[in-house]
Design a protein around this ligand. Structure first.
Ligand SMILES: [Zn+2]
Length: 376
């Protein structure tokens, strides 16, 4: 593998600390707390910091519902993460404010509540709504975490649903007003339009790691050291990357044939999605063939904490190849969701870090968002 020694690499291991928005199929301890604990320990074991983008509105909703013992456990985990040298930053899923829940663990909310900024059509109200949500989230995290580490600041943001759009100018202005220095919501090349998602980052390919301000939004970078620094979630076109799809493809085939799908018990359902039933034995060969082809034909992909280290390395290096370094440094984020992670994912993540350290030696650093913000 070729390594361009003219650039250095700064990698931010990040997760969205949140539950499933459709339906919970296990306790919140099993969905969120247990996998996060294992992930934090896995990162500490190899001496890399994890930045947890914490879904603060979920915690506010739990308080409203009177689930105080769960709130206490979540807050204890956030404080523990800080005391272990990890990082906790701001993630906003505004729909929680209006969410109701049923006895079967399912949640309900209106589609236009999903993204910050889309629930009000009036411009002034929308701007106020965005600013207040950010200020409230920042206050909550700082009140909780400053007693653990006095140097703690809420300095970085990831939009729920990656929804820095559609009102990116208003979003960037509100983040800057609240003293946020870093955004990590952009997935260069990604477009997602659904009943709840509204993002189009196709123009960001090649220039995603840069400064962005309220005047031009994401349309063009702002002046250096002004506005917000974007740390993109890395992406690559796997067809253009140095990737051997066969280990992952064959694993998928074996799992489909043996388990009839994922080997793991599902913990919950994302919004608009239901856990599919296990494939009956007779149909497993056909679905294996589809799974095989889906892997072999994989194109544009974002850098998630997968179970396959080959895919993670290929996306990282593919991203570095097509993006421009900023003053000689490529900064990129890996995203994970503890709610969907298992022991195999944590081992793969450790393997990923180890392999990159071997390849890049002194030219690679793994940092938290707070560590970077301290240098800006
Ligand atoms: Zn999220």
């Amino acid at each position: 593998m070729n390594i361009d020694i003219n650039h250095s690499l700064e990698i931010f291991l990040t997760v969205d600390y949140e539950i499933y928005f459709g339906r919970s199929l296990m306790t919140q301890e099993e969905i969120l707390l247990a996998p996060t604990k294992e992930l934090l320990e896995s990162c500490s074991a190899i001496n890399v910091p994890l930045t947890m983008f914490c879904d603060v509105n979920y915690i506010a909703k739990l308080q409203e519902w009177g689930d105080f013992s769960l709130v206490a456990k979540i807050e204890e985990q956030l404080c523990k993460a800080i005391s272990m040298g990890h990082d906790v930053q701001l993630h906003i899923h505004p729909h929680w404010e209006f969410t109701t829940r049923d006895k079967d663990g399912s949640f309900h909310f209106a589609d236009n509540h999903y993204l910050l900024g889309t629930r009000f059509t009036d411009t002034a109200t929308r701007k106020m709504d965005i600013t207040q949500a950010i200020a409230k989230g920042k206050d909550y995290l700082e009140n909780l975490l400053k007693p653990v580490a006095s140097s703690y600041n809420c300095c970085a943001y990831r939009a729920g649903g990656y929804g820095l759009q559609p009102y990116e100018g208003d979003m960037l202005a509100a983040l800057i007003d609240n003293g946020i220095k870093i955004d990590s919501s952009v997935i260069p090349g990604y477009k997602m339009q659904s009943k709840v998602h509204m993002i189009d980052f196709s123009d960001l390919v090649g220039r995603s790691h840069n400064w962005y301000g309220p005047v031009d939004g994401l349309a063009a970078p702002a002046m250096q050291n002004s506005g917000l620094l974007e740390i993109p979630i890395a992406t690559a076109d796997l067809q253009q990357s140095q990737w051997n799809p066969w280990p992952e493809a064959l694993t998928k085939v074996i799992q489909q044939m043996w388990y009839g799908g994922s080997p793991y018990q599902p913990r919950g359902e994302p919004v608009g999605w239901q856990v599919p039933p296990k494939t009956p034995i007779m149909q497993r060969a056909k679905l294996s063939w589809w799974a095989l082809n889906a892997v072999l034909n994989a194109g544009e992909a974002k850098l998630e904490m997968y179970r396959d280290v080959g895919r993670m390395l290929a996306i990282t290096l593919g991203h570095v190849q097509r993006e421009t370094a900023l003053n000689g440094v490529h900064r990129l984020a890996v995203i994970g969701h503890p709610k969907g992670m298992h022991t195999a994912h944590f081992k793969t993540l450790q393997d990923y870090v180890t392999q990159l350290r071997k390849r890049y030696k002194q030219s690679i650093r793994f940092l938290s968002m707070s560590e970077l913000a301290g240098t800006l």
